[in-house]
Design a protein around this ligand. Structure first.
Ligand code: SF4
Length: 694
């Protein structure tokens, strides 16, 4: 620990790690951050924080930070430092050259859920207005895109329905496919407080997460579902609710589409959807499913909190819809203490989706084919927009290998480490003619780049993040950008170099444009954020101070729509050659691909990814804790050290993905969600064997 002395002043800002969105006071001495102190009036955290926000900010000044733009003609050449003008003009002329040779749709961009709303807005605007295509996607594609799809279909809005605070009015919480103690610790603390007051807890997870059994807390049910069978489990819970007469009939009659509900009622009532019939697939004893379903339906206010263990499956969107079905059937949406809550992994996943960084949607989740919506943007931006959806990241990579996609602008995302089937991603990148990476560090993706634009950290910029409860909070610049430009300035400069002018003096002007063109943000301004501290969208004339609880009198889509959730087994099933199922997750001290946390003191708590394996499976393979093990899937092979533990059940192994050396995504496959292409990270059939040290 370095003593940086007493602070001279403090600046309020927002944590740049998880979707809780904790407010912090950056205590400063001159331009140096002395410490980050959780803000007691922060509405998302109320004075609490975790070890990431509190201690893991030193990466901003880490010696490996790249501060000068660089270019090279081929990826086997060394980088050459150049001026900003040269780098941006080079990138722009390469993108234009590619489009002239291969067509408008031969290039695209990826936005980042780590960047601000304003920065994401500019990237999708650059793609649509300067590139002239809809080839824009976001890293939310690989985490919560099924949430966007599933909640839009059922409830009408692609967002969580309640506030974190309202957990204090919850009587029964379901935590499904999420490990809040590690990934959303401040929310986990609040949930535990409520549980200590007597609320009930149902955990649905293959792994025994900390909430199942922690000091003073024991889950009432732990449904240890087999990876890949979430839809089967939730449909069997619905079977119990329907066949035992536990449906909130008045609520459903008044608030939901009758025909869709009756179809759903008939579907879930079928004997093949009973807990007994599904037991073999899910691995969960039927009496446990029946007990949990009764508790959720009859235990008072019920809230469901879920994470990537729901979405990152071939049936991710179906499972999100199954969650919404359960909540509607039991009347658990539309007031405090109840609801459906995606726990967003990254700080601005919600915001990056809201800002239109999907290839089929303009900001505010409006389809690009909507002439009326498109014409508003065309009038404001002075361009003609394309009415056809563009390519998702998976389509961009496939098209690169087929030869029709040649150029990518990648802001704040390391797809080589984070996306599944690393070999496929690397081959696609290697096939492109111009890759522009904008990041703090020379990450794994930058190995395939031709232009490197040094990015700026959250401490070096103004803007806003939107957390998992739709709360828009200010990010404030605490020091000047070390690279000379904030990320929003880089994107604007690239657009100018491409010949489409972007002229903003401050991110507040970008927010004014967002408010002008996005109905759910119509009432948002920096002045109002200054006055109120934060705002939950929708914020407009109907709700000038924001909307803490959604769907109060009616669903956003009008009547709620039940969707049929037929269970379809994953392609990833254990076989004689690949007998175990690998699932992945995060650990408290580290964050995603670790680009930031690995460059902070947090790395001393966790310095490598480990493979958790059940004692029975370990014994079968002669593996002890600390041994090196090889993992092989149909995609690839990697080597990790093992830890023998009964946190995982027999037949399931688990690891994190924070370190590039272990490369968990070398083994994950390109199986993906049927509706959104969100990768099936959570189910990979693997073989594990003891190996000598690599
Ligand atoms: Fe809060 Fe999440 Fe940041 Fe931890 S990582 S301080 S819980 S926002």
């Amino acid at each position: 620990v370095i003593d940086l002395g007493q602070p001279e002043h403090a600046i309020l800002t927002t944590c740049a790690y998880c979707g809780v969105g904790c407010g912090f006071r950056a205590e400063m001495k001159g331009q140096t951050v002395v410490r980050m102190v959780p803000w007691k009036d922060g509405k998302a955290n109320r004075g609490h924080s975790c070890v990431k926000g509190r201690f893991a900010w030193g990466y901003a000044t880490h010696k490996e930070r790249v501060l000068k733009p660089m270019i090279r003609n081929r990826i086997d050449e060394p980088w050459r430092e150049v001026s900003w003008d040269e780098a941006l003009n080079h990138a722009a002329s390469e993108f234009r050259r590619i489009q002239q040779a291969h067509g408008r749709d031969s290039i695209g961009a990826l936005t980042s859920s780590r960047c601000t709303n304003e920065e994401t807005w500019l990237v999708q605007k650059l793609v649509r207005a300067a590139f002239g295509t809809n080839n824009v996607d976001t890293c939310a594609r690989v985490c919560h895109s099924p949430t966007g799809y599933g909640l839009k279909q059922t409830l009408g809005e692609s967002a969580g329905t309640q506030t974190f605070d309202s957990v204090m009015k919850t009587d029964v919480a379901i935590v499904m496919g999420a490990n809040p103690s590690s990934a959303h610790p401040v929310f986990a603390s609040r949930l535990k407080k409520r549980l200590r007051q007597g609320a009930k807890l149902i955990v649905i997870d293959p792994r025994r997460i900390e909430l199942v059994s922690s000091p003073h807390i024991k889950a009432d049910y732990h449904l240890q579902v087999r990876p890949g069978t979430n839809t089967a489990l939730l449909t069997s819970m619905a079977h119990v609710i329907v066949t035992e007469g536990l449906v909130a009939e008045d609520y459903v009659r008044e608030r939901c589409e009758t025909e869709a509900f009756e179809q759903w009622r008939a579907f879930v009532s079928r004997p093949e959807n009973s807990p007994e019939a599904m037991e073999e697939a899910t691995g969960v004893p039927a009496d446990q499913v029946r007990g949990a379903a009764r508790l959720y339906a009859m235990g008072g206010n019920g809230s469901i909190y879920y994470g990537l263990g729901v979405t990152e499956h071939s049936q991710g969107s179906t499972t999100v819809m199954a969650i919404a079905n359960l909540a509607m059937a039991t009347g658990n949406i539309g007031r405090e203490g109840v609801g459906v809550n995606p726990l967003r992994g990254q700080n601005n996943v919600q915001g990056s989706c809201d800002m239109g960084s999907f290839p089929h949607e303009l900001p505010g989740y409006r389809h690009v084919s909507d002439d009326g919506v498109r014409s508003q943007f065309e009038a404001d931006w002075g361009v003609v927009l394309q009415p056809e959806p563009g390519l998702r990241i998976t389509n961009m990579l496939d098209a690169a290998l087929e030869g029709s996609f040649k150029g990518l602008y990648c802001q704040g995302e390391d797809i080589v480490q984070s996306d599944p089937n690393t070999q496929h991603v690397a081959a696609a990148l290697a096939a492109m003619e111009c890759i522009v990476v904008q990041d703090l560090f020379l990450n794994e993706t930058a190995k395939y780049a031709h232009v490197f634009l040094p990015g700026s950290s959250f401490m070096e910029k103004d803007g806003t993040f939107t957390n998992a409860e739709r709360r828009i909070s200010r990010v404030r610049k605490v020091m000047e950008p070390l690279n000379g430009k904030a990320d929003w300035e880089i994107t604007a400069a690239l657009s100018n170099a491409l010949g489409y002018p972007m002229d903003y003096a401050h991110p507040s002007e970008i927010m004014d444009e967002i408010a002008r063109l996005t109905p759910t943000f119509a009432g948002v301004s920096y002045d109002k954020l200054e006055r109120l501290g934060s705002l939950q969208w929708p914020c407009n004339d109907d709700a000038p101070e924001g909307t803490p609880t959604m769907h109060i009198d009616a669903f956003v889509r009008g009547k709620g729509r039940f969707m049929l959730t037929q269970y379809v087994p994953s392609d990833e099933r254990s076989t004689r050659k690949l007998p175990l199922l690998l699932t992945t997750g995060r650990i408290l001290s580290q964050y995603n691909v670790g680009a930031q946390t690995r460059r902070t003191p947090n790395v001393s708590w966790h310095s490598e990814d480990l493979l958790e394996i059940h004692p029975q499976d370990a014994e079968d393979r002669g593996v002890d804790s600390g041994d090196w093990v090889g993992i092989r899937s149909r995609s690839g092979e990697t080597v990790l050290r093992a830890i023998v533990t009964d946190r995982v059940p027999p037949g399931v192994v688990y690891t994190t993905f924070h370190f590039p050396e272990s490369g968990a995504n070398v083994v994950t496959t390109d199986s993906s969600d049927w509706a959104t292409n969100c990768p099936e990270y959570k189910v990979t059939a693997v073989q594990v064997m003891r190996v000598s040290q690599p």
